[in-house]
Design a protein around this ligand. Structure first.
Ligand code: MN
Length: 295
């Protein structure tokens, strides 16, 4: 029997009054392939208390994957990039040894709906130079009544142009009509699904929005029953095979690396300023105790 574990997301406060559903990491499922973090924002009216406004903050050892369904977010980073992220466009930031960025929803848009995911960089590549890439157009492949946009890696022979560092798949699935879809999966990968909107089911199990469905490893296909408008994120990859340590916005391996990145941020080393952000940057939280990778 193939795995289908339901893992409800928890609420997390992004500051500025915006609450999101955090589907990864979870105690029972820390990673899915290299994917180590998955936030679902909205859908909400992006006004007043519910605007996204994350002041400059640092990252190391990861890639951020930002994908909007509704609304626009302005990304600025310490490399000097300022990029408006629109629905249907992939924003990919590779932190490598260190980058800082800010994220602001734009007040001209009335709604905010999107996801932000992180992938952990493998040990051999986690000190790469920081980079930011914007992909305004991505491959789309139809499987039955589902239209898949391939954000990262490949699915059914369609390959994303986005740079990834380990075997991976990340795709948005959108049902264009009521019906069925069958997607080919790599059985060497582990996979998970996060429903964002609408109605979909697997083998008679109706999927709940903001619950992460752990599909396990070994599946070579995914059969879905969908209603028009259903939208889901499919993530997967080869089991990562390295124990990572996540703290605040850092992905590392040891306490000392985290402590050093935190100290560098607090002393204005390693992470240059983010040009153009109209406000103060974030302060790192206190680092209490000795961090250990989860067992
Ligand atoms: Mn960030």
């Amino acid at each position: 029997m193939l795995t289908l574990h339901a893992l409800p997301a928890r609420l997390a406060d992004l500051g500025g009054g915006l609450t999101v559903h955090r589907a990864l990491p979870q105690r029972e499922r820390r990673m899915v392939g290299p994917w180590c973090f998955l936030d679902h924002m909205g859908p909400v009216a992006s006004v007043g208390d519910h605007a996204l406004n994350v002041a400059p903050h640092p990252h190391i050892g990861l890639q951020t994957v930002t994908w909007m369904v509704e609304g626009e977010v302005l990304h600025r980073d310490s490399l000097g990039n300022a990029q408006l992220i629109r629905p249907g466009q992939l924003s990919l930031m590779t932190a490598g040894r260190g980058i800082a960025h800010s994220e602001e929803s734009q007040s001209t848009t009335g709604r905010l709906h999107g996801v932000q995911l992180w992938t952990a960089l493998p040990d051999a590549q986690r000190d790469v130079a920081p980079a930011f890439d914007h992909h305004p157009s991505l491959p789309v492949q139809s499987f039955g009544e589902v239209r898949a946009t391939i954000l990262m890696g490949s699915l059914g022979g369609a390959l994303s142009p986005a740079k990834s560092y380990s075997p991976i798949v990340g795709a948005e699935l959108l049902a264009t009509r009521d019906g069925k879809a069958e997607l080919p999966l790599d059985p060497a990968f582990e996979h998970a699904l996060l429903p964002l909107a609408g109605t979909a089911s697997i083998d008679g199990t109706t999927l709940v929005i903001d619950t992460l469905y752990d599909l396990g490893q070994g599946r070579d296909r995914l059969g879905l029953d969908v209603s028009a408008g259903a939208r889901l994120m499919l993530i997967g990859g080869a089991p990562f095979g390295e124990a990572i340590l996540m703290w605040w916005n850092f992905v590392a391996r040891t306490h000392d690396e985290i402590a050093s990145a935190r100290a560098d941020w607090e002393s204005h080393r390693r992470f240059p300023p983010v040009p153009g952000y109209p406000g103060e940057r974030l302060t790192a939280p206190p680092l209490l105790g000795h961090l250990m990778p989860p067992a």
